[in-house]
Design a binder for this molecule. Structure first.
Ligand code: GDP
Length: 295
């Protein structure tokens, strides 16, 4: 994961090796390398520039410090800024409603259904919330089937109405059923399209207005880099979601989405997905991710 970025940052820090102190010149060279590394990781240039401007100001502001070497100081400053860029601290789900409604949105193929399964399994086995999964993709019978298979695997009930195409009605019926059955959480998996389109947005917005979810999680494939960030912006403008789920991080070699999505939409990354197995749900920890990037 993000190996190239890690190597490039390491090389940038090495430029300060042997330097006795921080100076305008050596900081400028290092910071330029860091900026290039970020841009090559698919971070938007403006974000990379703002990031390195902050790093530069901090480094020059600390030049009187002699306790640590310039290289170590730079690593510390970059780490702190990376943590900040990725949202600072981890953010928990708000599960305070009874039942708590969680709406899952994103493009087709982003990993919504897989994530819904992971989340349901986690809420079932770790939080004992007795979740109900709802098949809200009414256009693809295969999608309904996929969720049913998943539900069987993790032993979580799945609400479906295969003959009904009115997804708002399905969602409302599912919630009524959840209230009757005492489910603590209702997870509504929605239909995605291959690209952002008006019909999809309207549909998800209609479900949102009808069910008033406590959490709206936007699921996005991290491998799509800046496209992921742009898609996030489009969904957030329309849905005002509560958090991001970054999927397929196991296949993401660059890291651009992880680094810049929170900056762009000012919503936290709540979870990441690093594989197809349903028994792990990974909370996103900015601090650990920054540490991992810096090696
Ligand atoms: P949906 O269309 O948004 O519901 O997406 P799916 O959940 O069906 O996932 C699309 C494809 O991506 C499937 O083949 C999944 O197995 C795969 N997938 C989902 N999440 C991950 C992940 O975290 N890592 C990897 N490598 N593959 C994933």
């Amino acid at each position: 994961m993000f190996d190239n970025l890690s190597d490039r940052l390491d090389s940038a820090f090495k430029l300060l090796k042997g330097e006795g102190r921080i100076s305008e010149i050596n900081v400028a060279t290092t910071v330029k390398e860091i900026r290039r590394a970020l841009v090559d990781a698919d971070v938007n240039y403006k974000i990379a520039k703002e990031f390195t401007d902050k790093v530069k100001d901090k480094a020059l502001g600390e030049k009187v410090l002699t306790a640590v070497s310039p290289g170590q100081l730079m690593v510390k400053i970059v780490k702190d800024e990376l943590v900040e860029l990725m949202g600072g601290t981890e953010t928990e789900l708000d599960l305070s409603d009874k039942p708590t409604i969680i709406l899952i949105a994103g493009l087709q193929g982003s990993g919504k259904t897989t994530f819904s399964g992971k989340l349901a399994n986690y809420l079932n086995t770790k939080k004992h919330k007795k979740p109900l999964l709802v098949a809200g993709d009414v256009y693809r019978p295969a999608a309904i089937n996929q969720l049913q298979v998943l539900g069987e695997q993790i032993k979580v009930p799945v609400y479906t109405e295969p003959e009904n195409k009115d997804v708002v009605q399905i969602a409302l019926n599912a919630i009524a059923q959840a209230k009757k059955d005492g489910n603590g959480v209702v997870i509504i998996d929605t239909a995605g399209r291959l690209a952002v389109d008006e019909a999809m947005m309207t549909e998800v917005a209609n479900i949102k207005n009808a069910v008033n979810p406590r959490e709206i999680l936007f699921v996005v494939d991290s491998m799509t880099g800046q496209d992921a960030v742009n898609t996030a912006k489009a969904f957030n403008d329309r849905l005002d979601f509560t958090g991001v789920v970054l999927t397929k991080l196991d296949g993401d070699t660059r890291g651009g989405a992880a680094l810049s999505i929170q900056y762009t939409v000012t919503k936290p990354i709540k979870f990441v997905s690093m594989g197809e197995k349903l028994d792990t749900l990974d909370v996103f920890y900015p601090e650990r991710m920054a540490q991992r990037i810096l090696g």
